[in-house]
Design a protein around this ligand. Structure first.
Ligand SMILES: [Zn+2]
Length: 626
């Protein structure tokens, strides 16, 4: 880089004194006159104002009395890969309004740059766009490659610059949470569903934060959300006028999960029912003493666990049967549809492999573990009471988080169910031929049950028919699942009451648990099954937020993350607040150590980074360098 008041001295061989119309090189600078263009490794353009007068930024009085001159260096977008610098000749004028507080002012170039900035407006805009798309470090790396100057700090400062709030009076919004750190800290994203654009990112998902947001946005009429009871309560509090709509995808997933649990529980029934055999008695495990059990899980969690265990137990029984018939592990694995190593491990262990407790992740309840267990042993089993006691001791989680965390608390190993002993191996001469549904998997069968029948191919239809014929529970569940999916497809939520009555008559605990959950959130579910709104756009923007968050290695704080997530919200209309850049903003003391010798206009810092507008400059400085 170079700096001199006499550029000719250094670049005598390469100076082109040419008459160029301003429109050809700098199209937006009609109020400037180009005096000189120097082309070396860089392009240097010397410009001055075309007008002989300037108006005072304080009182607006036109003045033509020049007090002094200085030059100011600005960086611009590159030309054909060469960095471009503008040398701007700036005049200081006397203000001719005697009552004005500003005695001397420097002329301004609103079409070129802002006061106290070392970049042109279009370079700033480009750097900001790079920051929105890539973040600071990656944006600066790309800028270096494209000869666009700008440090990571500069780019981030531009991205975080205060911007005019977009006119935001949403009518239909979607709300969803996202994790800062999974299981520990969550934020909230709010999306305008009519324009499919994100409109706000909240620092947490607490009821207070969410209800406050809704109180500030009274225009909201419809809110689409997942099945979260905390959001439901917060929306009721903050926007009592709004209609809550449960998201269809979540409702569909809930019903599919219930069906999957039911099919897993009925695996043995389905497998044996085909051959007209009675379902063998499940081998009993020693019951766990009630008082030594862990705090209770929710009904649906317990049912899902029981379903998974029943499916695994049936598979284990099947492995043992086939092993007794003399089949090798590879053949057993292929017939049942599990891994060969699993078969080897089960046979080697010689007993039913109960699920082992997973490695615990840290949770908010960890510091209170001893207290909770002692209260449990004392017989205090009331969750709401326990929550009150824990919050009094400083517990920060929600009641729901506390219930979830309770499940993770350790219990003595002796409480774990006993395993089933393997019977001695008896080899039969002829193994039984492979039976249909021998490799039945609840997860795969769930898709057959909930899918539209017309979308199934011939083989899937036959498999589904076998499942329905084998188990009365599966047959009943199929009818109920299809009726529910029809409500989802055709938006006929008014039939929900009839469907719930059918579930109650079916005596299927998994679907009864699902229906009970729906009853607690019935208005929102009926709205979800009736209205066309979906929370899909919000889910999509949550994915986008995760990508942006991870592109900054999860280190961005909320202001930066929020700025980048909301950047797509009609970015062109987001302008830098003029009030924050204008001299009318109250300034605080001048930065310590700033030398008056920098009046020449070139105030490049030692590191070469330019300072963008901040509010902590003095008025005096404003007079000096504009
Ligand atoms: Zn004035």
């Amino acid at each position: 880089m170079w700096y001199t008041k006499e550029p000719n001295k250094f670049f005598q061989q390469n100076i082109f004194l040419i008459q160029v119309e301003p429109m050809t090189i700098l199209p937006d600078l009609s109020d400037l006159v180009i005096e000189q263009v120097s082309i070396t490794n860089d392009v240097t353009v010397t410009v001055r104002a075309a007008s002989p007068t300037a108006s005072c930024p304080c009182c607006g009085t036109i003045s033509k009395r020049v007090q002094s001159r200085y030059t100011r260096t600005l960086r611009d977008l590159p030309a054909s890969g060469r960095p471009v610098e503008l040398i701007v000749c700036v005049r200081r004028f006397f203000c001719q309004q005697s009552a004005c507080v500003r005695k001397i002012f420097a002329e301004r170039f609103p079409s070129l740059t802002l006061p106290r900035v070392k970049f042109t407006l279009r370079l700033q805009e480009t750097l900001r766009e790079m920051g929105f798309a890539l973040g600071g470090e990656a944006g600066a790396r790309l800028g270096k490659h494209l000869s666009i100057p700008g440090s990571p700090e500069t780019i981030l400062r531009l991205v975080k610059q205060p911007q005019l709030p977009a006119a935001c009076s949403p009518r239909v919004v979607g709300i969803d949470d996202w994790s800062w750190k999974r299981r520990l800290r969550y934020g909230t994203l709010i999306c305008d569903l009519e324009s499919s654009k994100p409109i706000d990112v909240l620092p947490d998902r607490s009821g207070e934060t969410v209800s406050t947001w809704f109180e500030k946005h009274p225009t909201v009429e419809i809110v689409s959300r997942d099945r979260s009871s905390e959001y439901a309560a917060a929306i009721r509090k903050g926007a009592p006028q709004a209609l809550q709509v449960a998201d269809l995808w979540h409702i569909g997933k809930n019903v599919a999960d219930s069906i999957s649990t039911l099919l897993a529980r009925c695996r043995a029934e389905i497998r044996h029912g085909l051959h007209g055999q009675a379902t063998p008695e499940q081998e009993e495990t020693e019951p766990v003493p009630e008082e030594r059990r862990r705090p209770p899980r929710s009904r649906s969690v317990e049912l899902a666990r029981e379903g998974r265990r029943a499916q695994k137990l049936d598979r284990y029984t099947q492995v043992v049967e086939l092993h007794h018939q003399g089949l090798k592990a590879a053949e057993i694995a292929s017939r049942i549809g599990i891994g060969e190593r699993t078969v080897h491990r089960w046979l080697r262990n010689g007993s039913f492999p109960e699920a082992r407790r997973r490695r615990r992740r840290p949770s908010l309840i960890d510091p209170y573990e001893r207290y909770v267990l002692s209260r449990w042993q004392e017989g205090s089993r009331l969750g709401s009471q326990l929550y009150k006691e824990l919050t009094a001791q400083g517990y920060k989680g929600s009641p729901k988080a506390m219930y979830n965390d309770l499940v993770t608390l350790r219990i003595p190993q002796s409480d774990a169910p006993k395993s089933i002993p393997l019977k001695p191996r008896r080899r039969k001469s002829v193994p039984s031929p492979p039976a249909p549904l021998e490799n039945f998997s609840a997860q795969r069968a769930t898709w057959l049950v909930v899918c539209h029948p017309e979308k199934l191919d011939q083989m899937s239809r036959e498999e589904l028919m076998l499942i329905r014929q084998a188990s009365p529970s599966a047959e009943t569940a199929y009818g109920l699942a299809q009726a529910f999916m029809q409500m989802i497809r055709e938006h006929t939520g008014q039939q929900l009451d009839t469907w719930i009555s059918s579930v109650e008559a079916s005596r299927l605990p998994e679907l009864e648990s699902f229906a009970k959950g729906i009853q607690q959130d019935k208005a929102a579910v009926v709205a979800g099954l009736t209205l066309p709104w979906s929370n899909g756009p919000t889910e999509g923007h949550v994915n986008r937020l995760k990508l942006i968050k991870r592109s900054m290695y999860g280190r961005a704080k909320l202001p930066l993350l929020r700025a980048r997530v909301l950047a797509c919200w009609s970015r062109r209309s987001l302008l830098v607040q003029p009030s924050l850049l204008d001299s009318d903003v109250p300034h605080v003391a001048r930065r310590a150590g700033a030398s008056r010798s920098s009046r020449c206009g070139n105030r490049k810092s030692k590191c070469g980074r330019s300072k963008l507008p901040t509010t902590n400059r003095s008025k005096q400085e404003d007079e000096d360098v504009v």
